[in-house]
Write a protein that binds this ligand. Structure first.
Ligand SMILES: *Cc1c(COP(=O)(O)O)cnc(C)c1O
Length: 407
């Protein structure tokens, strides 16, 4: 009977194809969510509280505030830092929309900076060159799960009142400098994690804000739920009271207990999921080594970096040796049933930032050049060794067909 239960995800994955990403959901997650459903408490409640406690203990911060997205966590942190009109906030151009839009929401100006070619992260030097008397904060992004040098950044900013917010959407559970090092997201003044469906752990949609700064935590917690003095759990649980006060015009960012139930199980599986990602990367490296494609493709640098969370496996095409572009490679892989993606179209390439900041390609030479040739390959716990070999073999066939004949 159990053997006949269909894999529910099979419905959206075409037969024989390898999707770009897929969450790892076991019967443990299923029964945890079912328990939450049956408990009668669906919104923020005991499971969210337990998830916050467990997450704070896991990464070693005094506060963890569960919210409905990393975007919300980023926004709440900058709001609590006091970012507002007239302020500048530095952010790499190589990131997702969320890292910068939250700056705009608060009336401040995003100041985009370029990235380093090898890591695709911004270096402390690149960030420090963009500091002005108006700089209020930096959004430090750990791209693909490879931690940027946030310790170096915090050191460089020492003595200033510029706050560092780590966009850790890709980098849970990275530990900088190895297994005893601090978790990515805990070095700056605050850190924001994403539990979006494709990230290294998921609650469907969800995020976590962590900080050791009690004033930031108190402000963010209050603003995450309408700017009122108590959350619903306090208001409606047996121990709670009907009384509350509105202190600010806040937001509605809280996490549901259904998501909290999922998060508790995924957090418990974090090391298992990380080990699975590392194994896939090992398989990729071996398959690429055997394929002798190194004249046409560059593998990610930092493959020896023990702190890498491997949210993404980003390879780069040697476009000078191919007569097709990246879009054509993606199309041919798609036709062959292999899902890929591009992380990211740099912010300065988007109409909004071109219009509002006057951003141009020559302001960001590294990001502009590297963007043309990146492809993110499938990487998700549950992919098989055969899947990895098929991705590499198929990509190899596409590239060899498109190889320029040497002059
Ligand atoms: C996914 C992502 C976010 C936003 O996460 P949500 O939980 O979807 O809000 C922020 N920053 C980066 C770099 C991301 O990739």
């Amino acid at each position: 009977m159990t053997a006949s239960v269909p894999d529910p995800s099979a419905r959206w994955i075409a037969a024989g194809s390898i999707p770009f990403a897929r969450p790892s959901i076991t019967h443990r997650e299923e029964s945890a969510v079912l328990d939450a459903l049956r408990s009668g408490w669906l919104s923020t409640g005991p499971r969210v509280k337990e998830f916050e406690k467990a997450f704070a203990a896991y990464v070693g911060t005094t506060n963890a505030i569960a919210v409905n997205s990393a975007t919300a966590a980023l926004h709440l942190a900058l709001e609590a830092f006091g970012v507002g009109p007239g302020d500048e906030v530095i952010v790499p151009t190589w990131t997702f929309a969320a890292s910068a839009e939250v700056i705009v929401w608060l009336g401040a100006k995003p100041v985009l900076v370029d990235v380093e070619a090898d890591t695709l992260n911004s270096s402390p030097d690149q960030i420090m060159r963009a500091v002005t008397p108006r700089t209020k904060a930096v959004v430090a992004v750990h791209l693909a799960g490879l931690p940027m040098d946030v310790k170096g950044l915090v050191r460089a900013l020492d003595g200033s009142d510029i706050s560092v917010l780590e966009d850790t959407a890709h980098a849970f559970p990275s530990q900088m400098g190895g297994p005893d090092g601090p978790f990515a997201g805990t070095v700056g003044r605050a850190g924001a994690y994403s539990f979006y469906a494709t990230k290294t752990m998921t609650t469907g949609e969800g995020g976590m804000l962590v900080t050791d700064d009690q004033a930031i935590a108190d402000r963010a917690r209050m603003m995450s739920l309408h700017g009122i003095s108590r959350d619903a759990w306090n208001r409606y649980s047996a121990a709670g009271t009907w009384y509350y006060e509105i202190h600010e015009a806040g937001y509605k960012d809280n996490m549901t207990d259904l998501a909290g139930a999922l998060g508790l199980v995924q957090l418990d599986r974090a090391q298992e999921l990380l080990a699975a990602r590392r194994q896939l990367v090992g398989w990729y490296l071996a398959a690429f080594a055997a394929s002798t494609l190194d004249d046409l493709i560059e593998l990610p640098g930092s493959t020896n970096e023990p702190a890498h969370a491997w949210h993404l496996f980003v390879v780069r095409l040697r476009l000078d040796r191919l007569h097709i572009d990246r879009a054509e490679v993606i199309d041919q892989l798609k036709t062959a049933g292999i899902g890929t993606s591009v992380h990211f179209i740099p912010l300065h390439r988007h109409p909004y930032y071109r219009r509002e900041l006057g951003a141009t390609d020559d302001q960001f030479p590294v990001a502009s050049a590297e963007f043309e040739r990146v492809i993110s390959l499938p990487l998700w716990p549950g992919m098989s060794h055969d899947d990895v070999e098929r991705v590499v073999t198929t990509l190899g066939a596409v590239l060899r067909r498109a190889q320029r004949t040497p002059q």
